[in-house]
Design a protein around this ligand. Sequence first.
Ligand code: AMP
Length: 178
Amino acid sequence: MRATEALTRLVRDVPDFPEPGILFKDISPLLADPDGFAAVVEALAAAGRGADGAPAVDKVVGMEARGFIFAAPVALALGVGFVPIRKAGKLPAATHRVSYDLEYGAAVLEVHQDALAPGDRVLLVDDVLATGGTARATVDLVAACGAEAVGFAVLMELGFLPGRAELGSLPLTALLTV
Ligand code: AMP
């Protein structure tokens, strides 16, 4: 199964969740389908490969919570480490932290200060790019560690929101734009 077909068939639209006016992209059916899940993981991992197919990043970063589900297998597919970006108060050791706005609400994200080495090339992975606030905050956290975000890979980009513009010159790989 191709990744775009998997996303079209297996991501479910749930209207008015978690609040009125939000059309929530529910990935549960995709996760329950091993062929579809594998297809999207490999398509996301391609964003971390060079022209020769070899891994071109040192780490894969995923954002809590649904980003974890995709970023961890992408890291294994590339043979590099996975780094979690977590919501406030979850990481036990010294952290960098950034406040950011969501499509719905606001939040704080953190990363362990020693999770990335200076100069590391980092691929960011999440499920949905909406306003871009989460992505922007993650890019800032990567920079705070002295590392460099070199790409952002998502299953779905909500094309009617300005998320892509928030990324500036950071290359975006969106498997599907809706
Ligand atoms: P944003 O920071 O606005 O780009 O929002 C991205 C984050 O919020 C991602 O981690 C998504 O998991 C989640 N998100 C935002 N909008 C949606 C949506 N319509 N459906 C599912 N998840 C969403």
